[in-house]
Design a protein around this ligand. Structure first.
Ligand code: ADP
Ligand code: MG
Length: 576
């Protein structure tokens, strides 16, 4: 088909093939060749056009700029083929700037390049897997966590180790679970989580037991949370005042239960000295003080109404009591929300810090501080250290920081930063968003890990967070979230296994049936936390049959039940 020598070549080739061509024959043959090759170039151009249009649509741009790499002798050697192909493509996809680039030995060099790329990808996948492997605890490691928790429980209960124990095992002066005779109207306060609430709880005993609750949520501004103690308690009393107005109850002196979900050293049901703040609170002049006195003082300062503060209650205990009201086998309380903590009914003879050996008392474990003596350091990672370093209470609550809602998102964010630095995520670009503390809330773990979610939706969650991600990024982010929440559920389960096995041994039983009352949004809303936690308890405490019961508003209803029990005991004391 070459224009100049084409006809001479045709004659040569035809002659070599054994025909004796006339000049007309040569012209005809040249024509046939042109038709066949022309059609070929056009067909290829048409399919290429379809691909380019698709690319343009995918990228959603008005004009596509791209380069097509081409190899093949037909394209390279044929005198007209390339030109025709280019021309047709440009005509079929006019809204594009396409360049054609000849590949040098695509099948050789290209194969090597694909191999290099694939091995880099494999290397990257391996490094990510290695990073996340630190979060996958073996059964031996979990048994070790259980064993260490058991040791710390013992340290907290024994007189001579209690003062230095990390798991403080604080007596609560709650000696029995409700028996159904509780009756009356009570106020309850719930301080220590995301919200501060004031509640009115009406408990009715008798054949048809009912509990009716009214509550109002109040914000605690961060400057109050981290201001002075007087400001904090004045704010609390202001909220109570507002609530009493709202209910039209200013003039009734109701008994009050104060759910105060921080470690408190109690000497009676209505006295609790704050050991230290946790979970983002930091008001001054409270640590070492009796929080009931602080509350009573603030009520006096306001000179507006009077209240009878009967009990200071930890949320774990409230949760246990609420569930025990429905299910008498409930003798353990667990919180998996902003923080992580548990309580259970311990034998009085084992609680060396309280006089008396008869019966049982509920012990607020304050297990969030497990690990503060370094006993979990072998399973903690650089990311746990980073989260701890940046927290308000560095070096404290190390177990809580591995398994509660306030911190899981931060662990994820720290892993993502590291993977990005190493070039495995977000094209190696650490955005301002990713640098922002607290941006990755734990609720996003729940959303991202939901089984019903397509990858595209994971991407849109990340997008919403301001993290521009590819599809590969979102796969990795999902894996990271899974690793962090899986470990959280497992170590929480290991702690719970230690507790139920202790109760079983206390009672000299080969087998224990027991119910754990649970509260907390992480437990309730995360798609995998609760099943993994249950499974872990089952595996690590095979001689216990543990039933988990969701508590309905443990901090409110539970505080009222404990207050009711407290009132009853007080009346009995007065009589005798
Ligand atoms: P608190 O423990 O503060 O009394 P919650 O039990 O409601 O209250 O827990 C609130 C915490 O739960 C939040 O701080 C957050 O870390 C976590 N959280 C909120 N939404 C979700 C969710 N959808 N999935 C998992 N965790 C969540
Ligand atoms: Mg709570």
């Amino acid at each position: 088909e070459k224009s100049k020598e084409g006809l001479t070549k045709a004659e040569e080739i035809l002659t070599r093939l054994g025909v004796e061509p006339s000049e007309d024959d040569c012209i005809a043959v040249q024509h046939v060749c042109a038709i066949v090759s022309f059609r070929s170039a056009n067909l290829i151009a048409a399919t290429l056009g379809a691909i380019l249009t698709r690319l343009k649509d995918n990228k959603n741009t008005p004009r596509l700029r791209t380069i097509v790499g081409i190899d093949g002798s037909l394209y390279k050697m044929h005198p007209q083929y390339a030109r025709r192909l280019h021309k047709t493509v440009r005509r079929l996809v006019p809204e594009s700037d396409v360049r054609f680039l000849l590949s040098e030995s695509g099948s050789g060099k290209g194969a090597a390049m694909v191999t290099a790329w694939a091995s880099r990808l494999a290397d990257q996948t391996r490094q990510i897997a290695e990073t996340l492997a630190e979060f996958r605890l073996t059964e031996e490691q979990l048994l070790e966590v259980k064993k260490r928790m058991r040791t710390e429980i013992q340290n907290g209960l024994s007189k001579n180790t209690q003062s230095t124990a990390t798991v403080k095992m604080l007596p609560t002066y709650v000696r029995s679970t409700p028996d159904g005779t509780e009756n009356g109207d009570f106020l309850a306060l719930d301080l220590g989580g995301t919200n501060f609430r004031v509640l009115l709880v009406k408990i009715r005993s008798g054949k048809r037991r009912t509990v009716e609750m009214h509550n109002k949520i109040y914000a605690i501004p961060i400057e109050v949370m981290q201001g002075t103690g007087d400001e904090l308690f004045d704010h609390i009393v202001y909220c109570i005042s507002d609530f009493l107005d709202y209910m039209g109850m200013k003039n009734t002196r109701l008994p009050l239960g104060f759910t105060f979900s921080f470690p408190c050293r109690q000497t009676s049901l209505d006295a609790g000295i704050l050991v230290n703040w946790t979970k983002g609170f930091k008001a001054t002049d409270c640590e070492g003080e009796d929080v009931v006195s602080l509350l009573r003082d603030a009520i006096k300062r306001r000179e507006e109404f009077d209240l009878d503060v009967v009990a200071v209650v930890n949320d774990t205990v409230g949760t246990m009591m609420t569930c025990a009201y429905e299910e008498p086998t409930c003798e353990v309380g667990l919180i998996a929300g902003t923080g992580s903590n548990a309580c259970y009914m311990e034998e009085m003879r084992n609680i060396e810090t309280v006089d008396g050996v008869e019966g049982r008392m509920c012990v607020n474990m304050e297990w969030g501080a497990f690990g503060d003596n370094g006993c979990l350091d072998d399973i903690r990672t650089q990311y746990d250290n980073a989260v701890d370093d940046l927290s308000l209470n560095a070096g404290k609550q190390k177990y809580e920081k591995m398994c509660s809602g306030m911190y899981l998102g931060e662990i994820v964010r720290n892993i993502l930063i590291d993977l990005t630095k190493r070039g495995f995520l977000f094209r190696g670009q650490i955005s301002e968003t990713l640098k922002t503390r607290g941006i990755f809330e734990t609720k996003y773990l729940s959303q991202i890990e939901s089984d019903r979610l397509a990858l595209l939706q994971v991407r849109s969650i990340l997008q919403h967070l301001g993290l521009d991600s590819t599809c590969d990024d979102s796969i990795i982010v999902k894996e990271v979230c899974g690793a962090v929440s899986h470990r959280a559920a497992q170590i929480c389960g290991a702690g719970m296994a230690a507790v139920v096995d202790k109760i079983r041994e206390n009672r000299g039983l080969d087998h224990l049936d027991i119910t754990v009352g649970v509260d907390g949004t992480l437990y309730k809303l995360h798609p995998h936390f609760s099943p993994i936690m249950h499974q872990t308890v089952k595996e690590l405490a095979p001689n216990c049959n543990v039933n988990f019961l969701l508590s309905e508003d443990g901090s409110g209803k539970g505080a009222a039940l404990i207050t009711a029990v407290g009132c009853r005991l007080r009346q009995q004391e007065q009589k005798s």
